[in-house]
Design a protein around this ligand. Structure first.
Ligand code: 5GP
Ligand code: ZN
Length: 113
């Protein structure tokens, strides 16, 4: 996707502070962290949102979700963490490339805003 900032980060066309990378996914630190640790985990494949996931993405999405705990461990989130996937307008999704927010190192509140 030519004008997608997260595709550009994945392609190293714009810089990102990378926390984890392999051939299918990338985790990088959020520009405006909402917790002491705040990383975004994305599939390298451009998928616009959770609402656009197809049958073909099943394995990739399962893989991504299975890596969350490894990335959390790597970042020292030993006391728990929160995972958020903002989706669509009501979900307040601002970047239209599916991303998993991984937040930690502080006590979260509930319900979310
Ligand atoms: P959303 O609101 O779509 O769920 O989350 C988008 C997130 O991407 C926000 O937390 C925002 O701070 C972050 N973000 C937006 N642009 C950039 C960028 O260029 N680099 C990084 N590292 N984070 C970004
Ligand atoms: Zn993209």
């Amino acid at each position: 996707m030519a004008d997608c900032i997260f595709c550009k980060i994945a392609a190293k066309e714009i810089p990102g502070k990378i926390a984890y990378e392999d051939d299918r996914i990338l985790a990088f630190h959020d520009l405006e962290p909402q917790a002491p640790v705040h990383v975004l985990i994305i599939p390298k494949k451009h998928i616009a949102s959770l609402d656009q996931v197809t049958e073909d993405d099943r394995e990739l999405m399962g893989y991504l979700m299975s890596k969350v705990k490894d990335i959390a461990k790597e970042l020292g989130l030993d006391n728990g963490y929160r995972v958020v996937i903002n989706t669509g307008d009501d979900g307040m999704q601002t970047v239209k490339h599916l991303h998993v927010h991984l937040l930690g190192k502080r006590k979260m509140t509930w319900p979310p805003g």
